[in-house]
Design a protein around this ligand. Sequence first.
Ligand SMILES: O=C(O)CCC(=O)C(=O)O
Length: 302
Amino acid sequence: MPEVLTQAQIDHYRDQGCIVLENQIPTEWMDKVRAEITRFEAEAATLTTSNDRLDLEDSHTAQDPRLRRIKLPHTISDVMRDLMLSDHILAPARDLIGPNLRLHTSKLNMKSAGYGAAVEWHQDYAFYPHTNDDILAIGVLIDDMALENGPLQVFPGSHKGPVYDHHVDGVFAGAILPEANGLDIKDAVALTGPAGSISIHHGRALHGSALNTSDRPRRILFYEMMAADAFPIMGSMTRWDGIADYDTRMLCGTPTLTPRLKDIPIRIPQPQPDVPISIYEIQKGMKKRAFDTISVKQGDPT
Ligand SMILES: O=C(O)CCC(=O)C(=O)O
């Protein structure tokens, strides 16, 4: 029996590779998360370059601080760790990929009003291929998400298709151009909804997001996780410091030493570019970018 999702929601996710669940996170939680963001923004104002906690926009200056990502927030914020471990996040994940869950990573992507960076089209699975694809990302919508402030966009059904070649000139660039792969951007849907909603996208779903051209922020707190029996394939960008460290990332359930294998397409994200490990830096390897002008249609939020 599912814990929180209806069978219709589970079927929708399995068919589309994405779903928005509106108003999942109580206001008290959202207030605490926003207070934490304010704390990190104050820290960003003291920096001139990105560090291992905070990733700054290229246009960041001390006078005009511009934070684009809080890295691994669950390791530097008790609030964001506790939210990650709560049933608000884990119960829907368990309904979709089972009781034994391991964290892959967390990040809080900020698109500030008027300039927030685009994220080019990619599949998370292209960055971290595993032995099976019971892999998903839960996004906590910190702000109301509409077409103009750069919501996540997904090609529905793409999680059942190929793993696209995210290389440029033989080097992993962490992105693809939809039109060069026979995809029409008009088919993408935007995962919009009120603050406090969560989005869920499948690890193989092709997704990206445009610049924030609005006068309000767009912030999403992502928790990316997988079934505990999905093990990284050699060459995956998954951090691996041995099994003991790996098992500290268990979110719930029990770990295993027996990977489950699924017959799915795999492409190794190697060789890596000689840049910091950040999707924004890796995607600079693209010679052409998709997110200059784009129109999207509203996704089905059910
Ligand atoms: O923040 C976004 O809109 C997209 C984030 C994403 O896909 C990523 O960081 O891998």
